[in-house]
Design a protein around this ligand. Structure first.
Ligand SMILES: Nc1nc2c(ncn2[C@@H]2O[C@H](COP(=O)(O)OP(=O)(O)OP(=O)(O)O)[C@@H](O)[C@H]2O)c(=O)[nH]1
Length: 304
């Protein structure tokens, strides 16, 4: 681990450094609270643990710990363990160090075995926390991704759409959305089986993704239904974009086990204007136009 130590008494600092280096940790030193904060702000991405004296000149250990915890919160930095050192065994001193945001307490003079044990305990907590964050990230990805195509799922699309609507209204920039539905998809399943259907859905997703403009948000929002959010795009521009999406599908058949599929989609396309307040209204409007596209003969985009 990389340990930042702050201790104003030179001999105490050197002994602590020696112990830590013997345990194969690397050390950054500071001799008062404000230098420790500076060292932390400059090296925070590398530091795994802070050990600091509670009583130091210029800035007390309690204030330094508070500052570090505040800095972590406001800069969205990950938590790292902090152990404070003190010659005092007064209950109130221990309490104030922990209340300020430290995680453990070491009394002076530091005993190497106790130091090693506490550093190990902090490393364990740190690793558990990192594992929890990784697990949360995996869960978040699962909760927002469509398992079959790898595109965003409906939940993720709707939340992105909420953000885009707010941004568009706030800055007065255009926003369009399209809802696409593959034509006669049931025939693929019925003729070639569900696996072929799944493969067609994945291929459609990667074709659409391949043709996507940077910033467009693509999602699979239902069985054979996809949605595209086109930020900063007027209706006229969105019609062109959707025609491009239509071409990436229809200009070349998809193949599965030697069979070729000519896949087309129908789409409803709308742009945000005063008629729509919520994402549900916008999506409902796109859905109604999609229905018209199906009624009108499929393989077409109807906009409104
Ligand atoms: N393979 C596969 N099929 C799916 C999935 N989700 C929905 N489907 C199928 O998609 C088909 C949708 O059929 P319909 O709603 O009748 O629509 P369609 O055949 O595409 O006809 P139109 O939309 O009217 O052009 C059904 O056969 C569903 O079983 C999926 O994840 N995988």
């Amino acid at each position: 681990m990389k340990v930042l130590i702050a201790e104003d008494t030179l001999t105490d600092r050197l002994i602590l450094k020696l112990y830590l280096e013997k345990m194969n940790h690397s050390v950054i030193e500071a001799d008062d609270g404000s230098k420790m904060i500076q060292a932390y702000e400059e090296n925070h991405q590398d530091i795994d643990l802070i050990i600091l004296d509670l009583n130091m000149p210029n800035m007390s250990g309690v204030d330094a710990v508070k500052h570090i915890r505040e800095f972590q919160a406001t800069s969205d930095l990950s938590w790292i363990p902090i152990i404070f050192l003190s010659g005092s065994t007064v209950d109130e001193d221990i309490e104030s160090g922990i209340l300020a945001g430290a995680d453990d307490y070491l009394s002076k003079p530091v005993k190497p075995k106790v130091l090693a044990a506490k550093v190990l305990a902090m490393a364990r907590i740190s690793e558990m926390r990192a594992e929890l964050l990784r697990a949360n990230k995996r869960l978040e990805a699962l909760a927002t991704t469509d398992f079959l195509t790898g595109l965003a799922n409906r939940r993720c699309f709707e939340s992105a759409l909420d953000e885009q609507i707010e941004k568009a209204k706030h800055y007065g920039i255009p926003l369009s959305i399209a809802i696409l539905d593959i034509d006669h998809f049931k025939r693929v399943n019925d003729s070639y089986g569900h696996d072929a259907g799944d493969l067609v859905l994945s291929s459609v997703a990667s074709r659409l993704q391949g043709g996507a403009r940077k910033g467009d948000i693509l999602a699979r929002i239902g069985g054979e239904e996809f949605a595209i959010c086109l930020p900063s795009t007027t209706l006229e521009q969105a019609v062109q974009a959707c025609e491009r999406y239509r071409m990436v599908l229809s200009n070349q058949p998809l193949s599965y086990n030697g069979d070729q599929f000519n896949i087309t989609f129908s789409a409803g396309l709308v742009s945000l204007d005063d008629r729509y307040v919520t994402k549900h209204e916008l999506m409902k409007a796109a859905d109604d136009l999609l229905y018209q596209a199906k009624q009108g003969g499929r393989d077409r985009i109807v906009h409104g």
